[in-house]
Design a protein around this ligand. Structure first.
Ligand code: FE2
Length: 280
């Protein structure tokens, strides 16, 4: 039933990061993620890369103004908007210049803002290391409330759930198309952005990204490793403001119908190859 699929299929298209000092952050992404900066408004810069887009705005350091997902077509977007309105969730105009005019924005119970729309066509940019913006992960103090919202209001499908031995959930990975997760939610002592990730095409790309970061004198902060949940290869670096930026490859593909899987909250769940960075 297409009406049951809501956000399926959709992909993360861009993020709007905020910074108290945007220019060094723009310079960092231009160099480190090989993105082309373009001023689009006062205090707002669009960083354009091949299959990856960011907007950097004036605002709090480490903040995320919104995450924007692009849907398959206008009919799907209308069905999703109608469903959201039926649930009495407020719908706001989209602030994103990278989306068609039909896009709209909602806020989840933590105040994280999501733009849903159809991305505008953008000119092809020069070839660079592959890495399509693929998922974003939020920290929350109330994981069950956030997972319930994103499941029932937007229609994200739960892939992997990580639990303590006592059954308490510490992480949930959710998908909006066959890729294992395009949204993650981690239990933490505060709310906000945890990290975001660009998916490259192979292990060799991870090697090339590592060499590229080395050339930029940007140290790898976690990895190389392979996540248990999602089974993707990964490395992490930190940007100029301390935001965590992941490059991954080989993320698992799941069907729409596939039932959630459970993992124990332990190091191997986050890194099959070695030590993990456990947020809680
Ligand atoms: Fe990730």
């Amino acid at each position: 039933m297409p009406d049951d699929k809501l956000i399926w299929p959709a992909r993360l298209h861009h993020l709007n990061l905020t910074s108290e000092d945007p220019q060094p952050l723009v310079d960092w992404y231009s160099r480190a993620l090989m993105m082309e900066p373009r001023g689009i408004a006062k205090g707002e810069t669009w960083l354009r890369g091949k299959d990856r887009h960011l907007i950097i705005s004036d605002g709090p350091k480490g903040g995320l103004k919104y995450a924007a997902y692009t849907l398959e077509n206008e009919a799907q977007l209308i069905r999703l908007r109608n469903h959201i309105r039926e649930k009495d969730i407020a719908v706001y105009p989209s602030p994103s210049p990278l989306m068609e005019d039909s896009a709209f924005m909602i806020a989840d119970p933590d105040g994280n803002q999501f733009v849903l729309g159809i991305c505008r066509e953008t000119a092809v940019t020069p070839q660079m290391l592959p890495g399509r913006l693929q998922h974003v992960v939020f920290r929350t103090t109330d994981i069950s409330r956030l997972v319930a919202f994103h499941s029932s209001i937007l229609g994200f499908r739960v892939s992997d759930v990580v639990k303590e031995e006592n059954g308490e959930v510490t992480a949930t990975f959710m998908r909006s198309d066959p890729e294992h997760h395009s949204l993650g939610i981690f239990r933490a002592s505060e709310t906000g952005l945890d990290h975001f990730c660009s998916e490259s095409t192979s292990w060799n790309d991870i090697r090339d990204w590592g060499d590229h970061f080395a050339g930029c004198q940007i140290p790898i902060t976690w990895g190389a490793g392979r996540h248990g949940a999602g089974n993707n290869l990964f490395i992490f670096v930190a940007d100029q403001d301390g935001n965590n930026v992941e490059i991954s490859a080989e993320i698992e593909h799941w069907t729409f119908e596939q039932e959630p899987r459970e993992w124990l909250h332990e190091q191997r769940t986050l890194n099959l190859w070695g030590s993990a960075w456990l947020r809680s």
